[in-house]
Design a binder for this molecule. Sequence first.
Ligand code: SAM
Length: 242
Amino acid sequence: MRIDVLTLFPNVFEGFLGESMIRIAREKGALDVRLHDIRDWATDNHRSVDDKPYGGGHGMVLKVDVVVPAVEAVLEECGKENRRVRTIMMTPQGRPMSQALARELSEEKNLVLLCGHYEGFDERIRELLEPEEISIGDFVTSGGEAPAMCLIDAVARLLDGVLGEPECAKFESFSEELDGMLEYPQYTRPPVYRDVAVPEVLTSGNHAEIEKWRREMSMKNTGRKRSDLLKHTLEFTGDEEE
Ligand SMILES: C[S@@+](CC[C@H](N)C(=O)[O-])C[C@H]1O[C@@H](n2cnc3c(N)ncnc32)[C@H](O)[C@@H]1O
């Protein structure tokens, strides 16, 4: 998969791209991330990318006459005429990011991510480019870079061949395999630490019992921490119709 990122701060991505799962995804050739500095499309001597908001108010707004040509140029470089390229604006006003959306995006060949900054985008950028808008949650970060990194990470680990054991991504919190619930508790050695022991069933070797226990714990965990997700569980399992 190719992901093109438009940002005012390309250096922010440096460590992220060179470590952990993203480094592995890139080394395996599953992921190709290309960074584009929006400032390269500025037209004045000061390389301005933002200006004061019409109507007054605080902060600076990203300029339509810089951002639109920047995105169009990147789309052209991606060969948009010949293939589907999803253009995504990172914004707190967007569709909430989810595991289902990460899976959907991981099926694409090419994504273009647009990171905002300051007060955000001149509204005409939305009108002219009609991007998909994605939010990573109901809170505001100072720029789209951290949200874009969250999205890239969530998508990259789902790409074929990236995770050493692909099953890892299957039985995880929010996955279809767990009916959208949270994961069950996990343990590793030592079997007892400060008098706290690993649940006996996990060392019993009885796989049917382990599976049953995990399912129950997954439900309990979800009920305790995120009861809102149990509604999705009903949708997944079809229990609602019964
Ligand atoms: C300070 S925010 C601007 C927020 C904007 N004034 C508003 O109220 O909607 C600057 C940029 O950070 C990014 N951003 C902030 N919070 C985000 C979130 N929850 N999800 C995705 N992107 C976000 C967006 O790219 C946004 O343009």
